[in-house]
Every structure is written in structure tokens, then in C-alpha cells.
Write a protein that binds this ligand. Structure first.
Ligand SMILES: [Zn+2]
Ligand SMILES: [Zn+2]
Length: 549
């Protein structure tokens, strides 16, 4: 803030009178299309009311409005102080209070300020002192109950005007914000990394684990492409290699690239800041990068969709599982979810959108619509996506129940093979005289041959089933349009269901072996692992569904 502004503010005429005591609070107005924070100023004696969008106009950029989402009183205070000083110098956007005072009007600069929230009152007082404002204003007090009551009545009037034609009684009322919470309390685990030079070899597998966790964090917030819809871990190996290379780069270098025009990298800068991956963990910094990615004119639809989805997650993480989400976080997350889904529309096929959004809101849908019937109308895109996704999942569930009913048809009967198919036709069945419902199926001639000594004695009508281990639940076998075989691979990041419609069962088992044997002890083994990954990529393997821990 310019010091001459502070000087002028200090010189404003003020007397120690009740009508020079001003109440303020900060609220989040969740009205579309541009939700944001407002400063509410109220003078109880004269009933004078004013609200001002925060932050007050700077460059008049849309992203400025989004930028401001304080999570602590200390973060909120500077903008509030700036706005209060500005408002009294310009007579709340009219002629300037200096003018008014010449005209001997009633409105006067404050000699005392009161606020609803204790933390905020304290922080605003400190900020006034810091910028050099008249000391009498630096002891911000808490507003009395009477003042709060009057302020509420006055605010209702303002709010109904803001809401326009909308029935305000059905809109959740924006209370004054309180800062009595810790924004870091429920964040996902920090993915701290040590300097690569200090890394001991045994930590490399652990490192890969974190790489996979990082990928999962970003992937679930990315719109589902048609390829991924068909095959949930489409190009997973490429993604792993590319992400690992990106994560090895120093953060500063990445940021420089993003600033130089590689806008999509802002998403990685944000994710790394958020998870503390090679950069200090910082929510607000992460948010600033996400806003850059979401609103940069050069951003692609995919980048915008991902950035808005990550913002949605950013708001959601304020509440832990089973906890209630704070109102302004919920509305802000719905707002960004709508935008994310809008940008995802040109990318994701029907029934698919952005996994993070449908799963996060699917969980709390009942909760948020119960008391707020208008929410559905306010964010139709979100609720439409939830409905479409739910219907698709139900169809998939039906298909998988069909498979569960006939496990023999979908799983290679050879002991130790582990190959499963998503379509009965993918496996060959025994052509012998054994009963239809007990027939073993095989992924290959080879497996059938290996299993023959076991099946031989059972291959006759009325004989019991020869297949062992059939009750072992089928893993969540892929549901692509084409028939596929799949095999479960245990990776440090969890189980990976590796599937393909073209690769031979033999190669699939080899890949499984390669990936499971991996215990990265040194550079040579890391190289072997990378070669295995590359091999998979070269085969254009279709890896399906990674089930991360
Ligand atoms: Zn087999
Ligand atoms: Zn048979």
C-alpha cells in the first residue's frame, strides 16, 4: 500500500463517537458466475452498509478474484486493510470522504473498528500497525452481540440484492468467515524427497512408489480420454517414465519453463508444491500455480480441466473423511468442478469425466443437496456428470457380476498362470466331454497342455470340476469394448492389472515376472526396470487399471 494513502487516511477527520465505530466482516458469496469474497462494512449508528469485492480492483483481471482465498487471518488481513483504507479515501467509490467532510455530512472515518471474528480482528489490527495507520485503529475489538445482530439484518438486505432474482431463502446464507481451523490438517501425505545425491540405493524403490503416488494424484484430476476410458491405464508406462523425468528436474527449472510459455507445467509446479515433492509444501503457492494454468490464455482445454479439477481437490482436502466441509470451500469446489467438467466435455466420452470430481461429489452428494435444494440448479454440470457416471458404473457392475457368476469362463485354469479375460471368448475351453458348467478354460494351448495331467481324470460327464482356486475373486477385470486378457502385477505402488488384447499370454507372464522381481538396489537394476517399461511401451501394450494402494 502506498504510504501517502496511509498518511491521507490518518488525516481523515474522526472523533471518538459511536458513529465513528465501524464493524467489518468477510464473507464468501457463492453466487455464479464469479463467486468470491466480500468485505462487509457496517456503521451501526447510521445503519450505513457497504460491501466490497476482495481484492479491490487492481488490474481488473478475473484471476485476481480467484487469487484471493485466505485460509488464515494473517492471509486475509492485508487485503482487508487495503480495502478499508481505500474505501474511506474514496468515500466508498463515490466522491471521497474528504469531500463529504467538507459538506459536513455524517459519514466519518473510523476511530475504532470492530470485527466479528477474534483471529481476524487481531490480524487486521496488526496489519494496520504494520502499514503505519493511526494507533487508535490498531486495537481492533470484537463486535458486540447487538452490533452483530444489526449487521446481520443489514447484510440480508445486501445479500438479497446480490442474489438478484434468485430466491435467497433457498440459497445457503453466507456467514461471516472464521479462521479457527488448520488448512494443513487433512492434506494428503507429503511426498518428501531427499536430494538425489544423498539417496541410498534401497530408497530407490521407495522413490518409485512416490512417483506412482504423484501420478495418481494428477491422473485422477485429469479428464478421461477415450483411450483411457477404453483402457484405464493407457500409456501408463510412458506416463511413468515422463513423470519420473519431470520429477527429477529441479523445481526452479520447471517453473522457468512454465513461465516461458510451457503453461501445462504450471500443473506440475502446483502438484509439486501441494505434495511437497522437491519443493516446500505450500497450499497457497500451489493454488496460485493452478490459477495460472486454469486462466492462462495459452492453456489447452486439457490443462484447464486438470487445473480446475485440482482446484476442486484443493478445496475438498480441507475436510477429512467423514468430516463436514466448510461452506465456502464446498461452493468454491463446486464452482471449479463445473469449470473443469466444461473443459473436459470436449475430451471425455459420455459417462466419463474427471474421476476426482465424480468420486469426491458422489460421496457427499446427499449431504450437500439435503439442505440446499438450489445447489443442483446452481451447478447442473456437476450433477449431470454424477448421474452419467453412476449409470455407467452400474452397467459395468452388471457386466462384472455376469463374469463372477461364471468364474471358470474368465480365468485360465492352469495353476499359476493368472491370466484372466474380460470376455468369455478370449479363453479357449476344453473340448472334451466334461460338463459345460465345470469346463476349464485356458489362455493358450500351452496352458491347456500343462493342465492336462490335472484335468485328465475329470474330463468326463458328471465328474467334479478340476479347476482349483476358482473361488478366488476375479480381480476387477477390465471392461473394454474389445476382448482382453489381463494379469495382476504387484508393484510398489500397488497392484497393477496389466491387460492386452494382442499380446500373447507368454509375454504377459514375462512382463509380470520382470516387474515383480524388481527390487531396485542400484543403477543397473533401475536400468533393467526402465528397459522392462520400455519393452512394454514398444509392444504398445495396453495396461489396464492400476489399483494403487
Ligand atoms: Zn494360462
Ligand atoms: Zn474337459
Amino acid at each position: 500500500m502506498a504510504s501517502d494513502e496511509v498518511m491521507r487516511f490518518n488525516k481523515l477527520k474522526r472523533t471518538k463517537m459511536a458513529r465513528n465505530v465501524w464493524h467489518f466482516d468477510v464473507r464468501y458469496i457463492h453466487l455464479e458466475p464469479i463467486p468470491g469474497h466480500i468485505l462487509f462494512l457496517f456503521q451501526p449508528e447510521s445503519n450505513y452498509v457497504h460491501f466490497e469485492h476482495l481484492p479491490i480492483a487492481r488490474d481488473n483481471k478475473l484471476s485476481d478474484t480467484y487469487q484471493y482465498f485466505p485460509e488464515t487471518a494473517e492471509e486475509a488481513a492485508p487485503e482487508i486493510v487495503r480495502a478499508i483504507v481505500h474505501l474511506f479515501l474514496t468515500d466508498f467509490g463515490r466522491k471521497g470522504i474528504e469531500m463529504q467532510q467538507k459538506q459536513k455530512q455524517d459519514l466519518q472515518a473510523p476511530w475504532k473498528l470492530t470485527g466479528e471474528e477474534k483471529h481476524l480482528a487481531l490480524a487486521v489490527g496488526k496489519e494496520f500497525a504494520r502499514v503505519g495507520v493511526n494507533p487508535s485503529l490498531c486495537a481492533v475489538e470484537q463486535s458486540s452481540e447487538d452490533v452483530l445482530e444489526d449487521a446481520l439484518v443489514s447484510f440480508l438486505d445486501v445479500y438479497s440484492r446480490l442474489a438478484g432474482a434468485r430466491p435467497t431463502t433457498l440459497l445457503q446464507f453466507p456467514n461471516s468467515i472464521s479462521f479457527d481451523y488448520d488448512p494443513y490438517q487433512n492434506l494428503p501425505k507429503e511426498l518428501k524427497v531427499v536430494n538425489r545425491k544423498e539417496e541410498v540405493p534401497s530408497q530407490k524403490a521407495e522413490y518409485m512408489d512416490r512417483v506412482l503416488q504423484y501420478i495418481q494424484f494428477v491422473e485422477t484430476c485429469s479428464p478421461t480420454t477415450p483411450e483411457k476410458a477404453d483402457n484405464p491405464t493407457y500409456r501408463m508406462s510412458e506416463t511413468i517414465i515422463a513423470t519420473e523425468a519431470m520429477l527429477r528436474r529441479p523445481f526452479a527449472e520447471l517453473l522457468k519453463d512454465a513461465e516461458a510459455g510451457n503453461v501445462a507445467l504450471y500443473v506440475d509446479c502446483a502438484s509439486r508444491s501441494y505434495l511437497g515433492f522437491g519443493s516446500p509444501r505450500d497450499r497457497q503457492t500451489a493454488r496460485n500455480y493452478l490459477i495460472k494454468a486454469a486462466f492462462h490464455p495459452e492453456s489447452s482445454d486439457a490443462t484447464r480441466a486438470t487445473a480446475h479439477a485440482l482446484l476442486t481437490r484443493w478445496y475438498h482436502d480441507i475436510a477429512g473423511p467423514g468430516q463436514e466441509i466448510r461452506m465456502r470451500y464446498m461452493y468454491a469446489s463446486l464452482h471449479h468442478a463445473s469449470l473443469a467438467l466444461k473443459f473436459a466435455r470436449s475430451i471425455a466420452p459420455p459417462g466419463f469425466s474427471i474421476p476426482q470430481i465424480t468420486s469426491a461429489f458422489g460421496d457427499i452428494k446427499e449431504l450437500i443437496t439435503k439442505d440446499n435444494p438450489l445447489v443442483k440448479r446452481q451447478y447442473p454440470v456437476v450433477f449431470a456428470a454424477l448421474k452419467e457416471t453412476k449409470e455407467r458404473c452400474e452397467r459395468e457392475l452388471q457386466a462384472s457380476l455376469t463374469r463372477m457368476k461364471q468364474p471358470l469362463r474368465y480365468r485360465c485354469a492352469a495353476v499359476g498362470c493368472g491370466i484372466e479375460a474380460d470376455h468369455g471368448r478370449m479363453l479357449k475351453r476344453c473340448s472334451g466331454p466334461c460338463d459345460e458348467d465345470k469346463k476349464p478354460h485356458y489362455c493358450s494351448k500351452e496352458c491347456q497342455k500343462n493342465d492336462w495331467p490335472n484335468h485328465k481324470g475329470f474330463c468326463k460327464p458328471g465328474a467334479p470340476c478340476s479347476v482349483v482356486d476358482t473361488d478366488k475373486a476375479l480381480n476387477s477385470a477390465p471392461l473394454s469394448k474389445k476382448g482382453q486378457r489381463s494379469i495382476l502385477i504387484n508393484t510398489p505402488g500397488g497392484q497393477m492389472n496389466f491387460a492386452s488384447s494382442t499380446i500373447s499370454p507368454q509375454v504377459m507372464r514375462e512382463v509380470k515376472e520382470l516387474m515383480e522381481k524388481r527390487e531396485i538396489k542400484d543403477e543397473a537394476e533401475l536400468a533393467t526396470y526402465r528397459r522392462a517399461m520400455k519393452k512394454m511401451r514398444n509392444f504398445e501394450l495396453e495396461i489396464v487399471k492400476t489399483v494403487f494402494k
